[in-house]
Design a protein around this ligand. Structure first.
Ligand code: ASP
Length: 310
């Protein structure tokens, strides 16, 4: 039996201890803990890495503190459009959705695209029609609304700028695209990512979180990765796949490969953010070049941690 591990993130960015209240910090820690528990319980029972990343990501989507599912940020037209993806490292199957509205758990829709369609990526209205056909749960606008995100957007409305939700300067800051990577006891790995994207983004914009190879990638031969950060740079750097390539072609470890991509390649193009990942031996890594990243990992080797700051 191989070591099994789950690692998760709730977004990276300018997350500073001095901006945080003890109550808020406790709430974030609770949100991360619940997601870790949701995924790890499955791994512990012999479940698959794929099921574990779906469960953890779903739990984070349901938590209003994080920028995914409920609590997603607002686009420039005041809508909440979400992106998500999932990849199975055993089969190299992948599914993704982009710019979808009203889907309660976008990661479940991404999984349904992977398992019930012949495609990898569905967008907008087409993805929503597909969701209806497969009885994917939807919610009204009110469900996704968070006063905090609305205030963030109001500060940027009418400008041509889009910002990482983590970096919008308002009091009581809330952050976070979400994602997970897992290795199960059979040595199979998987990754999933879900987001509302960037505050005040052009509606119709697609970020890295739904682009396989950029925000999400999984291959049993190398690693499973979920990213968070300025999506345009992560797409241009083909970030998640680059970690896999460094491992496959150069024989680097997961940690070494991630450090090159996050500290060197991304930083050269001002790509702020980070990632979490696992390899098929159950090793995990969490690397970021921003002030902080909501993150956690739990492994059958007894490692269990949740961290926010550097
Ligand atoms: N990567 C996401 C995007 O660009 C944002 C984030 O990670 O917070 O849509």
């Amino acid at each position: 039996m191989a070591a099994y591990t789950l690692t998760i993130h709730g977004g990276a960015g300018t997350i500073l201890r001095e901006d945080m209240t003890p109550e808020l910090e406790a709430a974030y820690t609770r949100g991360l803990q619940e997601a870790l528990d949701a995924g790890y319980t499955l791994l512990d029972k012999g479940g698959t890495a794929l099921d574990a990343v779906l469960a953890a990501t779903r739990s984070l989507e349901d938590c209003i503190l994080f920028n995914a599912g409920r609590g997603s940020v607002f686009a420039n037209d005041g809508s909440q459009e979400m992106d998500a993806s999932v990849m199975d490292g055993k089969t190299l199957m992948a599914g993704a959705v982009a710019a979808v509205r009203h889907i309660r758990n976008p990661v479940d829709l991404a999984y349904t695209v992977m398992t019930q369609s012949q495609h990898v990526l569905l967008i907008g209205k087409g993805a929503e029609d597909f969701a209806a056909l497969h009885e994917i749960k939807t919610e009204p606008d009110e469900y996704f609304f968070s006063p905090f995100r609305y205030e963030q957007w109001k500060k940027m409305q009418g400008t041509n700028e889009a910002a990482l939700d983590h970096n919008v300067k308002v009091t009581d800051k809330k952050f976070g695209t979400v994602g997970a990577a897992a290795c199960d006891m059979h040595g199979n790995i998987a990754a999933a990512t879900s987001t509302g994207g960037m505050t005040n983004k052009q509606w119709g914009r697609v970020g890295d979180s739904s682009v396989i190879g950029a925000g999400t990638y999984a291959n049993n031969k190398t690693c499973a990765i979920s990213c968070t950060g300025h999506g345009e740079m992560f797409i241009r750097a083909v970030t998640a796949y680059d970690v896999s390539c460094l491992m496959e072609y150069k024989g680097l470890s997961l940690q070494e490969a991630m450090e090159i991509v996050v500290y060197d390649k991304l930083m050269k193009i001002d790509g702020e953010g980070g990632m979490v990942g696992v390899d098929a031996k159950g090793n995990a890594a969490m690397v970021f070049n921003s002030e902080g990243m909501y993150r956690g990992m739990r492994s059958s080797t007894k490692i269990s941690e949740i961290k926010i700051y550097k």
